[in-house]
Write a protein that binds this ligand. Structure first.
Ligand SMILES: [Zn+2]
Length: 236
């Protein structure tokens, strides 16, 4: 049973008992807002923190405890992804690329190159829509299936891993991932390379230890330089 379901049952009982007590005149109905507010906070933080394991099991550390797992979201990108691939080859590193289905359709050669160079492609939804977190189970499932089919058709590899767009999880995403028998993958270190300040990004990722999963984006111009600095330091 997920933490979400357990929490809902507990708060359901607390809320019902409080409502009965309020109806019997033990206290004002106004106080019912306290369990409702606490429950909403649980749902909110469970959604926002990908590694909370609140709605679903998400892998946030690498199974291989001997090395750092590099991961790149939102590609493939026609110029930045090849730069990253060159750097990974130079330092003999393998990575996980969580690609967006519509980008794979746009840049199939780059997607093929990722696989040909020994890296793995994961599913990062088809549209990466801003409204993805509000999609029904059926719509999430359709996006994931469509992207899996595109990955298989273009790269010839089967895709079993999914990273939720924006790192947000909810009951609908959890159900769709379960129905498709896929594994959700998060991260233990977020480089925040989307925010741009190179020095603070470098400081954040240099704390990485074997077993960590680092999140980068192969759509940001600064990412290749940051990655190369990181790998050079690790290899020294
Ligand atoms: Zn993304």
């Amino acid at each position: 049973m997920s933490a979400f379901r357990k929490t809902s049952i507990i708060f359901g009982i607390v809320f019902t008992a409080s409502a009965i007590a309020a109806a019997c005149g033990y206290f004002s109905w106004f106080w019912l807002f306290i369990p409702a507010a606490i429950y909403s906070l649980f749902l909110f933080f469970g959604s926002k923190n990908i590694c909370s394991q609140f709605y679903m099991q998400v892998k946030c550390f690498s199974e291989n405890k001997a090395r750092i797992q590099l991961s790149f979201d939102d590609g493939p990108h026609p110029t930045i992804t090849p730069q990253i691939l060159r750097i990974l080859k130079k330092y003999n590193q393998k990575a996980l690329f969580f690609c967006i289905g519509k980008n794979i359709e746009k840049y199939p050669e780059t997607a093929k190159q990722i696989v040909q160079e020994g890296h793995k492609i994961g599913n990062h939804s088809y549209s990466h829509a801003y409204t993805f977190d509000f999609f029904s189970v059926k719509k999430v499932q359709k996006e994931l299936q469509k992207t899996n089919e595109i990955i298989e058709k273009i790269t010839g590899t089967e895709c079993t891993v999914f990273r939720p767009p924006y790192g947000v999880t909810n009951p609908n995403i959890a159900k769709a991932v379960k129905n498709l028998n896929m594994q959700a993958v998060g991260w233990s270190i977020r480089s925040l390379d989307t925010l741009g300040d190179k020095e603070s990004i470098k400081n954040r990722i240099k704390k990485a230890k074997p077993g960590d999963i680092i999140l980068f984006h192969d759509t940001k111009e600064n990412t290749p330089e940051i990655l190369e600095d990181f790998l050079r330091l690790k290899n020294d």
